[in-house]
Write a protein that binds this ligand. Structure first.
Ligand code: MG
Length: 383
């Protein structure tokens, strides 16, 4: 084993999994990342692999979001890795501009890049791990959805024994999990322990427009087992510039929830904030990569799930170096959720622009609603 060999040589190497994503422009409105942009990312990351900056990579799209999945040994928040992602997005955005694609460079909110992509617009989820004997990983990526979209499934996976049998059956999971919850308004964090503080946890996570799970650890030994991107684009830009379209990385098995326990919350649809103009509640549809594209009312919001094994710093690969990646929602078992999402989408769209189809007044403050109020301000009289 490489790690054992390196430890023997006096070096302890950890593996970092980075998922960095950005909407750099898309084909026909906010639909998909077209081939030329995926090619740019593929070429950039292939060069970085050749230069041994990264060990392995997989480029894919979640609707109109370009997703870079990379493994390396540089740790989280590394400036070389973030620069690679930033430059890749810049080049793809330039191509998008040249092709007059829609929303070219839309998530690249700031110009003064100084080595860390956080707070610049793109979403980031990174996890540095000591590889276990076998380390199954699932990466989730959503489109037309907000940063809080993982609250509900993460609660189910790591805190609900009715979802994850391991919480009851596997004694190594009896100690529960610690959730780091981010208050996106105040930019503060709190760590809550499940099951002891389950009610407080659900109290916060239920307000998914404000509170988001950023990290989860196994309580007994602080093993990191889930991370999400928590970027709130509207809070960075101060106005609506597109929805957050978050990503998450979750580790599975051996004292953590099984792969099937991580996927079972998606047996049914659930509502997320996002959809058309990022301003509506919409039912989440779990889809295969081939259906990772939003259509009806720019939706319904979609999520893909990719599974792989980490092997000596790499995504376990075929002989030719091609990473082995499982498209986990490419399965008839999720047909029910897809049908429910379509039916629920049809139902809530009858409400048009009336709450609860449309987001709350507070969320609409980042859209053009303040302009409507400004236009009418002199016509409001005491009632
Ligand atoms: Mg998007």
């Amino acid at each position: 084993m490489r790690v054992i060999q390196l430890q023997y040589e006096g070096r302890h190497v950890k593996t970092t999994i980075s998922v960095i994503k950005c909407d750099v422009g898309s084909l026909v409105g906010h639909h998909i990342v077209p081939e030329p942009l995926l090619e740019i990312a593929q070429n950039q990351l292939a060069k970085a692999k050749e230069a041994k900056l990264i060990n392995s990579f997989y480029v894919f799209n979640a609707g109109d979001d370009l997703e870079l999945l990379m493994t390396h040994e540089k740790g989280e928040g590394n400036s070389e890795i973030h620069t690679l992602a930033w430059n890749t997005f810049q080049e793809a955005a330039e191509k998008a501009k040249a092709l007059k694609l829609y929303g070219a460079g839309q998530d690249l909110l700031k110009n003064a890049f100084s080595g860390n992509i956080r707070g610049m617009g793109p979403g980031v989820a990174e996890m540095e791990i000591d590889e276990r004997r076998s380390d199954p990983i699932i990466v989730f990526a959503a489109d037309k959805a907000s940063a809080g979209s993982f609250n509900y499934p993460l609660y189910r996976i790591f805190a609900d024994p009715m979802n994850s049998a391991g919480l009851v059956i596997d004694t190594s999971m009896f100690h529960g999990f610690k959730f780091e919850v981010l208050d996106s308004k105040k930019n503060e964090r709190v760590i809550l322990k499940s099951p002891e503080e389950l009610h407080e946890l659900v109290g916060l996570l239920g307000s998914s427009t404000r509170y988001t799970v950023s990290r989860i650890w196994q309580a007994k030994d602080h093993l990191l087992c889930a991370v999400t991107s928590t970027t709130k684009l509207s809070l960075i830009a101060g106005k609506y510039v597109g929805k957050d379209d978050p990503v998450a990385i979750i580790r599975a098995q051996h004292g953590l929830p099984a792969v099937g326990e991580i996927l079972v919350p998606f047996l049914h649809t659930y509502f997320v904030e996002g959809w058309m103009r990022g301003s509506h509640w919409g039912p989440l549809m779990p889809v295969a990569l081939k259906d990772s594209k939003c259509t009806v009312f720019d939706g319904p919001p979609r999520m893909v799930a990719l599974g792989f094994q980490v092997c000596d710093g790499h995504i376990a690969n075929l002989k030719d170096g091609k990473p082995m990646v499982a498209d986990l929602f490419d399965d008839p078992a999720f047909e029910l959720a897809r049908r429910e999402a379509t039916e629920t989408a049809a139902m809530i769209r009858r409400m048009g622009e009336f709450q609860p189809a449309r987001l709350s007044q507070e969320a609409m403050e980042y859209t053009t609603l303040p302009q409507i109020l400004e236009k009418l301000k002199d016509r409001f009289k005491p009632s």
